[in-house]
Design a protein around this ligand. Sequence first.
Ligand code: GTP
Ligand code: ZN
Length: 415
Amino acid sequence: MNMDISDDEEEAPPLLVPTGEGHNTGLEAATSDTSLLKVPITIITGYLGAGKTTLLNYILTERHGKKIAVILNEFGDTIDLEKSLAISDANSTTASAVPDNFVPLANGCICCSVKDVGVAAIENLMEQRGAFDYILLETTGLADPGNIAPLFWIDEGLGSSIFLDGIVTLVDAKNVLKSLDDGLGDDAEKIKEREEEHAHEHEGEGHKGPLLTTAHLQISHADVVVVNKSDLVTEEELQAVKERIRSINGLARIHVTERSRVPQLEGLVLDLHAYDNVKEEDLDFAAKGHSHLDPAISTITLTLPVLSPHQLEKLDAWLRSVLWESDLPLHSPTTLEFEIHRSKGRFVLTNGSVKLLQGVREIFEFIDHRDSAKGGGEENAQGGGRETGKLVFIGKGLNEELRELFEESLTAALR
Ligand SMILES: Nc1nc2c(ncn2[C@@H]2O[C@H](COP(=O)(O)OP(=O)(O)OP(=O)(O)O)[C@@H](O)[C@H]2O)c(=O)[nH]1
Ligand SMILES: [Zn+2]
């Protein structure tokens, strides 16, 4: 497994969208200042019946001063919603008419729908600029947000007019542990498909990890988890649910609700800037959790020293190996398997500037920290060479043993 981590065109996974500059590993990516001109999109995901539509309705009827366009990918069985949710006017709670060229997403596989129909729907929507200033996308209960997020994040065509603000995952407090443990109630065919896919990827290895359910995928990609239906569980049950979610995703904020009524919209479910900013406090928070309550998915944190520009390039190469090929450059090879769903990082450079890392599956980018000079300078003055950088991974198979191997591998790579 010891491998060459040099830039190899052959080995690179297919990017979803051409960026015009080859592989967008982000070292040369611009800052996100332009996001101020773009319309944010929030993806609302969650298992069947968790309360997604209830949240949408709640958002649309709350005072938020926004004109919101809603995209549903399940029009077939939510005809009433289609009528009432289409576009909410900030000045009234009654919905205005659906624009002519609003194309609903078809039923079925969300990633195909979004690729083939959804992006067009949003592009059509964008021609109605001024008609709305926020987009909410409710996915089907079985959607994997890891397939959807990159479409809105990297796509240059859309990138000019919208940006992914965050993924909000609703969970049903009463049923989520059951769904995580045995996929009970989960679409059996979907699970079988996923297992077959997995078996195919690791052909001949004769290895089968713990069950990865839709609930796992939705929680591991969440920026916010809304634990809904709190009225149906005891305080102890609620605590167990929160701990389990925390162990899967150490980065996500958790809010407990009844009828999806989050105490506040802005900052809690809307306007998160979860993909163009990385908050230090979030990384610190993730670093505190060490429980691996969930056998399938967990969160690990690695610390890094202040990096020279050359080391930043080495980090970039290391990330390409880990994220693109699921391969850990090591002196002694390991048979441990892993799969990274989400990554976030914050790195201080020797010149005092700060780089942020954002990643979903194999797609990642470095972003310049907005107040780079200030933040980095202060830290350097205070820290004086302490381990200031942090890298957080959420994914499958990330146990303590692997965390140590990651640390060993990264240390060697930065040497
Ligand atoms: N007891 C209880 N019921 C709730 C709560 N929130 C929502 N419900 C009910 O749960 C059911 C499902 O809610 P929805 O908002 O439609 O859930 P959804 O995630 O959009 O469901 P699908 O689109 O079918 O996947 C509805 O009957 C809601 O009235 C809650 O906090 N407590
Ligand atoms: Zn719904």
